[in-house]
Design a protein. Structure first.
Length: 445
């Protein structure tokens, strides 16, 4: 009996190799290899100078990044998944998905803390194990949050690369991009809660449990909880924090129309520490239990899509809010920041090709100081403009090209979603163009 069970698992495993697709990112039926050749640069940086008192933002340096070319692997991945009938209407399910470092010599098995990294690595992407049945499915592991995943329903550029919506959606700017991170993380010197990863809402979140409901008349929901493994020890020598993430999405699809709502809350992740100057971030070390500190960061996102013939129109609206308390905060320290953003997308079929376009805008937002004084978020807005075209060479192969530009206001530092290796200084525009090939594996092995 043991051998038969092992053979059953082996057969399921073999059938699942290279078939990671459904649910992995909400868009691809098969895992892709997606690589492009790009030219990127920044231009128009704000002149070097000090920030006015109460101004939120990054000190301008006037530094631009000259034009350079590169080869980029855009969420290229491979993996396997499977299921096994265990009776009573239940199946055990698993998936292991790994990044492919097509553009570099990263060793298979390496790992990184940031989802914006382009190297390879085993089980670095959506990976989990759980149960499925008529109730839906529940699993543990590392996976894109429901909040992140719903953007894939309208993203026109394959939900990856330097041209996708993650440049302004899921980020407050300040050089913060998509991440993979299971817990709140510290600054590089380990002294404060000031790591950029803490502020991102574009997350493949580890240490998580997710529940996905079945679909009822076009309606389905997903829930995530990321465990509080980073909770402080009971010691007066460290600041007491209890970091956790929870969130959900609700999606409804009826014929050509699709709508979704996503919500995500970060408790004690101190995202404001990644936004405000590092000197104002909550410290890790405490003296007699001081400082006492807590934070709550929230994201709300609405997504809509309508398809008519060869035309698909999409829209995203998002509000991010960051708030923290700190018993040691000075009156001039930042206490909160909130901003709104939106994006409009178009995918238009033209023969064997598709026109792909995006216009996005993030507003300046509003901030507050711990002492209640004047606070300014002026000049923190951004625009994103992307235009691309893809041509289907075969059922599995797309050839595509694009131009994209991230236009920062005077104090803003939004950048390409995967950073493109150039970063962003205050006021600098990120400009990129590329030509790529995207190949999706066949479902069968």
């Amino acid at each position: 009996m043991s051998c038969i069970r092992q053979l059953g698992w082996a057969a399921t495993f073999a059938a699942a190799v290279l078939a990671v697709g459904p649910g992995a990112r909400g868009q691809d039926p098969q895992p892709p290899v997606n690589v492009d050749f790009e030219g990127v640069q920044t231009t128009g940086a704000s002149a070097a100078g000090a920030l006015p008192p109460g101004q939120l933002g990054v000190t301008p340096t006037g530094v631009n990044s000259p034009s350079r070319s590169r080869v980029t692997s855009n969420s290229s991945n491979i993996g396997f998944r499977g299921s096994n009938d265990i009776g009573a209407g239940l199946s055990a399910i698993f998936q292991v998905e790994s990044a492919i470092g097509v553009d570099n010599q990263a060793t298979f098995g390496s790992n990184t803390a940031s989802g914006s990294a382009v190297g390879g690595g085993f089980a670095t992407r959506n990976t989990g194990v759980g149960l499925a049945g008529q109730f839906g499915r529940v699993f543990y592991g590392q996976w894109d949050t429901p909040y992140k995943a719903i953007s894939g329903a309208v993203d026109p550029l394959y939900f990856t690369g330097i041209a996708y919506t993650g440049a302004i959606i899921g980020t407050p700017g300040f050089g913060i991009g998509p991440v993979t991170n299971g817990n709140v993380t510290l600054s590089a010197d380990g002294k404060s809660y000031a790591n950029a990863a803490n502020a991102s809402f574009e997350r493949r979140q580890g240490n998580s449990v997710q529940y996905w409901s079945p679909t009822f008349d076009g309606l389905k929901a997903r829930i995530v909880y990321s465990a509080n493994e980073g909770r402080s020890n009971s010691s007066s020598a460290v600041t007491q924090v209890n970091p956790a993430i929870w969130g959900f999405s609700a999606e409804y699809e009826n014929g050509p129309a699709y709508v979704a709502w996503g919500y995500e809350r970060h408790d004690d992740y101190f995202g404001l520490g990644a936004i405000a100057p590092a000197a104002q971030a909550v410290t890790v070390a405490a003296l007699g239990g001081q400082p006492s500190a807590s934070s709550r960061d929230t994201g709300n996102k609405l997504v809509g899509r309508y398809t008519a013939g060869n035309t698909q129109l999409g829209v995203i609206y998002e509000r991010l809010e960051y708030d923290q308390t700190n018993s040691a905060a000075a009156d001039t320290d930042f206490k909160s920041y909130a901003r709104n953003a939106y994006a409009f997308t178009l995918v238009q079929g033209i023969g064997q090709g598709m026109l792909r376009a995006l216009y996005g805008r993030a507003r300046d937002g509003r901030c507050a100081l711990a002492g209640g004084g004047a606070c300014s978020a002026d000049g923190l807005g951004v625009r994103q403009i992307t235009l691309g075209y893809s041509y289907k060479l075969s059922e599995q192969t797309d050839l595509y090209g694009f131009y994209t530009r991230i236009v920062n206001d005077a104090h803003a530092t939004y950048q390409f979603a995967n950073a493109a290796g150039i970063g962003a200084t205050a006021g600098a525009d990120n400009i990129g163009a590329g030509l790529g090939v995207r190949y999706t594996f066949d479902k069968t092995f």
